[in-house]
Design a protein around this ligand. Structure first.
Ligand SMILES: [Zn+2]
Length: 85
């Protein structure tokens, strides 16, 4: 029952959702700045269906309502950055 999301801060402002287990989704952010300030967010490298790697924000907030699921797209993998500087 875990849910994780990733936002993309570039023009598309995409966000990725991990609904169950390994299922990862990229979805649009309604208000990108909102999740940027969210303390549940981390930068991550996301591998899309076509193998492209995109930098996105990984939002782990379960009750975040800033997501537009109508554009959800499956993604292959995610690697979250380490926080260590
Ligand atoms: Zn969020």
């Amino acid at each position: 029952m875990e849910t994780e999301l990733v936002d993309r801060t570039t023009e598309g402002s995409l966000k990725r959702a991990r609904m169950a287990r390994r299922q990862l989704k990229v979805v649009k952010l309604i208000e990108p700045d909102m999740c940027l300030e969210c303390r549940f967010a981390q930068m991550a490298s996301v591998e899309l269906k076509d193998g492209t790697i995109q930098r996105m924000i990984h939002c782990r907030r379960l009750d975040c309502d800033n997501w537009d699921y109508s554009t959800a797209e499956t993604a292959k993998g995610v690697r979250v950055d380490d926080d260590a500087a």
